[in-house]
Ligand binder design. Structure first.
Ligand SMILES: NC(=O)c1ccc[n+]([C@@H]2O[C@H](COP(=O)([O-])OP(=O)(O)OC[C@H]3O[C@@H](n4cnc5c(N)ncnc54)[C@H](OP(=O)(O)O)[C@@H]3O)[C@@H](O)[C@H]2O)c1
Length: 230
């Protein structure tokens, strides 16, 4: 049984990842910025006899992240897998050349600084071997053509991919793997109702990376349990 912490897991792919890992018998802790929404999510999973814990964490707020890592250590004592899932895609994210800078700033604070600060805060309590999984997006690809949608979001995922590679390199001697995942286009509040995939499919590769994939594999980008180009 592994102890797994998932940020931004009160809904969407994060919540479904928690559900699937709970079904497999792992100890899952969901993180989010609203106690009320976390409690609702916990009760939702309890209806299926899946018992998860939660802690409050706002990945935009360094103090909240540091407090969450302290609370996590005091309550759970250890961590095997960190899943950096929380992210935003803002409606106003249309043109990186002209949008109010606040759009780019908020996107990067949540999607780039957030996962890096969470990783830095939780690495000291990660067991060896340990795993960090960054939920990224193919929108951040450096090999695909630019899609022309949500440019700040896409650039934030490019930056997250870069951070994934750098962390993987730095932590390889410490038996901590760091990988990124593209979950596909998934029907969530972020992905919208037209998306091709359900959340079950979206959570499949994060779950596989958390508890099944080769622990030695690090610094890679995955989709559908297969490595994809950056
Ligand atoms: N859906 C897709 O098609 C798709 C495609 C590629 C990649 N992804 C990635 O998959 C991950 C999950 O996306 P999703 O589709 O499940 O999105 P979602 O349904 O919008 O859920 C996002 C989650 O992140 C949380 N969050 C946002 N800002 C936060 C903050 N400052 N602190 C803590 N939690 C915060 C949200 O909490 P609140 O309820 O408090 O807002 C929510 O729980 C994201 O990293 C996303 O970029 C999604």
């Amino acid at each position: 049984m592994k102890t797994i912490f998932i940020t931004g897991a009160n809904k969407g792919i994060g919540l479904e990842t928690a559900r699937q890992l709970g079904v497999l018998g792992h100890r899952v802790v969901i993180g989010g910025r609203s106690k009320e929404r976390l409690e609702t999510a916990r009760k939702h999973l309890l209806q299926e006899n899946i018992n998860v814990d939660y802690i409050e964490i706002d990945v935009n707020d360094h103090r909240s992240i540091m407090e969450a890592s302290e609370v996590f250590l005091s309550i759970f004592g250890e961590l095997d897998v960190l899943i950096n899932n929380a992210a935003v895609l803002l409606d106003k994210d249309k043109k990186i050349s002209t949008d109010p800078f606040e759009v780019i700033d908020q996107t990067f604070r949540t999607n780039v600084h957030g996962p890096l600060l969470v990783a830095r805060a939780f690495i000291p309590i990660l067991n060896r071997p340990g795993r960090i999984i960054n939920i990224s997006s193919q929108g951040g690809s450096m090999t695909d053509a630019v899609g022309g949608w949500s440019p700040a979001y896409c650039a934030s995922k490019t930056a997250l991919n870069g951070i994934t590679r750098q962390l993987a390199h730095e932590l390889s001697s410490k038996e901590i793997s760091v990988n990124a995942v593209h979950p596909g286009w998934v029907r969530t509040d972020m992905g919208g109702p037209s998306a091709a995939r359900n959340v079950e499919k979206g959570a499949e590769t994060p779950v596989w990376l958390a508890v099944v994939a080769d622990e030695a594999k690090t610094g890679c980008f995955f989709m559908d349990k297969k490595e994809i180009p950056w």
